[in-house]
Structure formats: structure tokens, C-alpha cells
Design a protein around this ligand. Structure first.
Ligand code: SAH
Length: 229
């Protein structure tokens, strides 16, 4: 993996584009400016890494559009060493942005193949502090709770009760709430164990969350189905 002058140039342009689209948080812009996003895509798609677009990463999933990553990172109001739980590790890019902003990141992925791939990849490019977890994000992580921040990086149709319980009072949870047709970025501020304030920040388009986990057995079955067809 190489971070060339060309990559750096394209990245600087992307940061400029994000600024023009309204991203103001300098910590967010600095993180996106620092992280080689092309490492998170297959080599063949180098060219795509610095376009403001989502992109497939395998296992039927996508790496979120840079603007979406930037906006979510900004809305989370990250502070030094805050404990963040991410639902939907995917490529690990969003987790890397939050870690670069000095958050302590825990990230859950339900697809075993993606989990394995991203868990071994992140330390290789220097992100040793990100704790990746395999499981159903709807369950959160009782082991590492409570969290200062919780971020969902796929569409969700409600506020999951278990995640709300694992959020500290005063903490923020950011969820794209809706169905396959689109979601509204929703920020929940937990005001007590049983109450919250809610703000919304416009429409977004994410892949939907799926319940439960998908392990090697499922993958094997899918591969077999393909061979049969
Ligand atoms: N944050 C990612 C983008 C994630 S796309 C990045 O920066 O690349 C959404 C991810 O959520 C996919 O990887 C998908 O497999 C995962 N996902 C879907 N349902 C889930 C669930 N219930 N628990 C945990 N992860 C889930």
C-alpha cells in the first residue's frame, strides 16, 4: 500500500469539497485529510477513493460516502478520549476517522467475513486502538458499556432499547432512522435513564441494518447457491 503525492492531492481536493458542502469541524476535516481512504478499497478502485461517493466493499456492503462520514463525525461532537460505539464496521473507514479524532472506538459488525477482514486490516495501517467486535449491533456491547457516543452507519427503523440503555446520560446517539427508501439523520441526546431530546438533520441514504449475525455458514450457503445456479 502506497500513499502517493497523487493520492494526497486527490485527498486535499476531497477535503475542499466537503468544506464547500458545509462541513466545518476542523478535527473532522483534518482526519479525512490524513487517512488514505484508498487503503479501504480494493486496489483496482483507487481512482474512486477520493470521489464523494459510496462504494461497494464486498459482502453486499458499502463504504459510506465521505460527506456522510464527515457529517456523522461532526454531529457526534467527539471529545478527547470519548468512548464511541459504532454499529456497522464495514470497511473500518468511519471508525478510523473517529479514532483519528482521538475517540476510543468500539465497532460491531454482523458479517463474519467483513469482521475478519477489517479486524486484521486496521492494525496493519496503524489503527491498533480500534476495538472490533463480531455480533449483532442491536445488542450493543454490554461488556464495554456505557458509551459517551453511539453511531449507527446503516438505516434503522427505531431507537434500539438496548443501545439507549448502554448510552451514558448526557451522551449522544446518532441514527439514520427510516426504511430502504431513505432515512432522516436523527440525533438523540439522553437526558435521563428514561428520556431524551431529539433533533433531525436531513435525508440520507444508507443500506439497511439486518438483525442477527451472518457467519461463515451463511457465506458458504450463498457461495453454494451461486455455484448451483
Ligand atoms: N461504517 C462503514 C459503512 C458501513 S455499511 C464504513 O465506514 O465502511 C453498514 C454495515 O453495517 C455493513 O458492513 C453491514 O454488514 C453492517 N450491519 C448491518 N446490520 C448490522 C447489525 N445488526 N449489527 C452490526 N452490523 C450490521
Amino acid at each position: 500500500m502506497k500513499d502517493s503525492y497523487r493520492h494526497k492531492g486527490l485527498r486535499a481536493k476531497l477535503v475542499k469539497q466537503l468544506k464547500d458542502k458545509g462541513i466545518k469541524d476542523i478535527k473532522v476535516l483534518a482526519a479525512i485529510g490524513a487517512i488514505p481512504r484508498h487503503y479501504f478499497l480494493d486496489n483496482a478502485f483507487d481512482e474512486w477513493a477520493y470521489k464523494d461517493q459510496a462504494f461497494p466493499i464486498g459482502s453486499g456492503q458499502t463504504i459510506s460516502q465521505p460527506y456522510t462520514v464527515a457529517r456523522q463525525s461532526e454531529l457526534l461532537e467527539i471529545f478527547d478520549k470519548c468512548k464511541v460505539l459504532e454499529i456497522g464496521t464495514g470497511s473500518g473507514y468511519q471508525a478510523a476517522v473517529l479514532a483519528t479524532m482521538n475517540a476510543k472506538v468500539y465497532s460491531i459488525e454482523r458479517q463474519k467475513l467483513l469482521f475478519d477482514k477489517t479486524s486484521s486490516f486496521l492494525p496493519k495501517i496503524g489503527f491498533n486502538s480500534i476495538r472490533t467486535l463480531y455480533g449483532d449491533g442491536y445488542e450493543g456491547s454490554p461488556r464495554f458499556a456505557p458509551f459517551d457516543r453511539i453511531i449507527a452507519t446503516a438505516g434503522i427503523n427505531e431507537i434500539p432499547k438496548k443501545l439507549f440503555q448502554q448510552l451514558k446520560v448526557g451522551g449522544i446517539m446518532l441514527l439514520p432512522i427510516g426504511d430502504q427508501r431513505g432515512q432522516v439523520m436523527t440525533r438523540i441526546l439522553k437526558t435521563s435513564e428514561t428520556s431524551y431530546d431529539k433533533e433531525t438533520f436531513g435525508k440520507f441514504s444508507f443500506v439497511p441494518f439486518l438483525k442477527g449475525t451472518s457467519g461463515m455458514e451463511n457465506h458458504k450457503r450463498k457461495t453454494e447457491e451461486k455455484i448451483l445456479r
